[in-house]
Design a protein around this ligand. Structure first.
Ligand code: SF4
Length: 311
């Protein structure tokens, strides 16, 4: 039922809501996704939240904390990956630390520098692949490793509907159907204790809705954007989808909804095809002989040697 307060936000469906009703709508929709897709189950006693200190991750920290307050015996730990992006990450780390402290949530930090010996800024200087390709592979690697070490059974991320629509289209454009099979509100094709499954409570909420929520809740001080964001392939796909959404409202929702119809078939198909192996170099789980993180590390070493020789 509509309240009598002055409407402040127009949803993509055209419905207008006051601030209070929007907050309730947002939290209710996230909870519905958690329940409908079994993102958090009775057996989950401790889960982690991946926090970067941006609007999405601080909003998901809030929603998971709220969900845990309504359920007995659900512990939360936050994990932060410091990639080493000068002029950007230090600000978001400050916001992440503040949010965790306010909520009494333990924050575990891992960094590229400590784990791989150099920051993302260092890697970018020698690599001939995009910063986001390096960042995505190494960040997923570290998050899974840390989450498994802590002993959590799920890892919540702030991925929203826009992120998912971009990932689906990117995989199509690059003929990466197997990667799409791992998408969805809960990631992965097969259950394996070495892989901590990532859960996405904002799967059906748009980036704009998450931004409004984070802004209204005052989760983020200053608007920060990664300096590498504009240079990525994802950035181009994002621009294209935003253009389509403006011209044909509902485009992103249609991409995600139609994907959800074929996702069970994709998961079933790839379940029988792939088995989880152990990386020959680092012993982390992967689908081939060497994991993507080790492949990238080897590539960086080769490129660093080549650069050194040229000098
Ligand atoms: Fe990493 Fe790219 Fe995101 Fe920056 S925009 S944090 S480089 S994935």
């Amino acid at each position: 039922m509509k309240c009598k307060e002055k409407p402040a936000i127009r949803l993509e469906s055209g419905e207008t809501l006051c601030k209070n009703c929007f907050n309730k709508y947002f939290e209710k929709k996230s909870f519905r996704t958690i329940i409908k897709y079994g993102l958090i189950e009775k057996d989950d006693k401790e889960i982690a939240v991946a926090v970067s200190g941006g609007k999405d991750s601080l909003s998901v920290l809030h929603v998971i904390d709220l969900y845990a307050s309504k359920r007995k015996n659900l512990k939360i730990t936050a994990i932060l990956v410091d990639e080493g992006i000068k002029g950007y990450r230090e600000h978001t780390i400050r916001d992440a630390k503040k949010a965790c402290k306010q909520r009494g949530i333990k924050l575990e930090t891992v960094s590229f520098k400590k784990e791989f010996g150099c920051t993302l800024d260092d890697m970018v200087k020698i690599a001939d692949v995009s910063p986001c390709s390096l960042c995505g592979v190494f960040r997923r690697y570290l998050l899974n490793k840390k989450a498994r070490e802590i002993g959590v059974t799920k890892l919540a991320t702030g991925h929203n509907m826009d992120d998912e629509a971009q990932a689906i289209i990117m995989n199509q454009l690059r003929r990466n159907v197997e990667t799409s099979a791992r998408l969805g509100p809960i990631t992965g094709v097969v259950k394996d204790p070495r892989f901590v499954r990532r859960i996405k409570p904002f799967y059906f909420l748009s980036e704009k809705e998450v931004a409004i929520f984070a802004f209204m809740k005052k989760f983020v001080g200053k608007w920060n954007e990664c300096p590498y964001a504009a240079t990525s392939y994802r950035g181009d796909v994002r621009g294209m989808l935003n253009g389509f959404e403006e011209k044909y409202p509902g485009t992103k929702h249609s991409i995600v909804s139609s994907f959800m119809e074929i996702l069970p078939l994709l998961k079933e198909h790839y379940k029988s095809k792939g088995s989880i192996r152990e990386c020959r170099i680092c012993k982390e789980p992967c689908s081939s002989e060497v994991c993507r993180a080790c492949e990238m590390r080897e590539m960086l070493k080769r490129q660093a040697r080549a650069l050194h020789k040229r000098k």
